[in-house]
Design a protein around this ligand. Sequence first.
Ligand code: AMP
Length: 393
Amino acid sequence: MTTIGTPNTTSQTKLMLLGSGELGKEVAIAAQRLGVEVIAVDRYENAPAMQVAHKSYTIPMQDGGALRALVESERPDHIVPEIEAISTDTLVELEAEGYSVTPTARAAKLTMDREGIRKFVSNDLGIKTSEYAFADTKEDFEEACLQIGFPCVVKPIMSSSGKGQSTVHDESSMGPAWSIAQDGGRTGAGRVIVEGFVDFDYEITLLTLRHRDGTTFVDPIGHRQEDGDYQESWQPQPMTKATLTEAQRMAKTVTEGLGGHGIFGVELFIKGEEVIFSELSPRPHDTGMVTMISQNLSQFALHARAILGLPIPNIRQYGPSASHVVMGKGSSKSPSFGNLESALEEDDTDLRLFGKPEVKGERRLGVCLSLGASIDEAREKAEKAANSVEVRL
Ligand code: AMP
């Protein structure tokens, strides 16, 4: 039986978010709507989720000692990772000591880098992925490219949003690809994964919810990435029944293997009737922001309910929907946004500005959301709205 207390009193139910970006901000709001006390943590101040949380802390989350000290002083009922770059060994220890980690500390540890989840899915579960190899040195990297063949995709094992990712078309582009990967990884230079290029027809995120009554699938989300970074997503992605069934089977196998309760973003490539696993986040997914307009319960509301042990009897999908990112490019410590009247002038269009306090280079600062009569119309509306937003840096 779930009981929820009152924030800032002795009955409080505390949720500690590790990572306070735009996805964490929406998890914080969803949890607060249910009366949960939210503590937002990140390595920089004034992060988006901190702006809506009851309390916030700035700590180096990869420092196990700092993470443990904070958890022991706050004693949260739920520890909810929002990013990969956390001391997951500490999460494993804390879970063994009785703390609840969403969905499980093992899931956080396995998905901390691309290697853990890839080996688990491919070797332990026997699920189809692209061909792959890992390399630590330039020599090993070149050998891996030659072994896998061209084109192949190289990514730092610790990276997201396309940072350090590139496609290698021939031997002459191996050198530049190695340099890009070494500059783009989250922890600087290091190990890379080389993947065979999958010439997919389309790719999806299958949001998969593990909750107290079993597994529920959200309608598939199609998306378009540029240089490995999400630009737009839409829902529901049309799929044949057989392909969707296979995608759901794969997602269920992998999420069952990881265990726990919460939402998982399972990324899959579809080619003909074939489904190929790409990667997975044991938490809300950026492409899943479309669910803020497409469903009665967004991926964030679903995550909060699952974490709190509450039922999810149904998810109502409202029809063709889309999201389109608002990017900022340049440098600023006080971005602002104009022409919002034009961005929001159309029916069934919405906007989220994340409140990110700093732009250095290219950064996702907001997202436009639309419903339409068709997926094409929803995409066009979301794109037009996003392009109307004037980002002033
Ligand atoms: P990831 O960060 O692994 O999700 O990669 C970001 C995006 O890059 C994916 O959503 C695909 O659009 C593209 N991508 C990644 N890996 C491959 C691959 N092996 N073959 C083709 N495209 C890929």
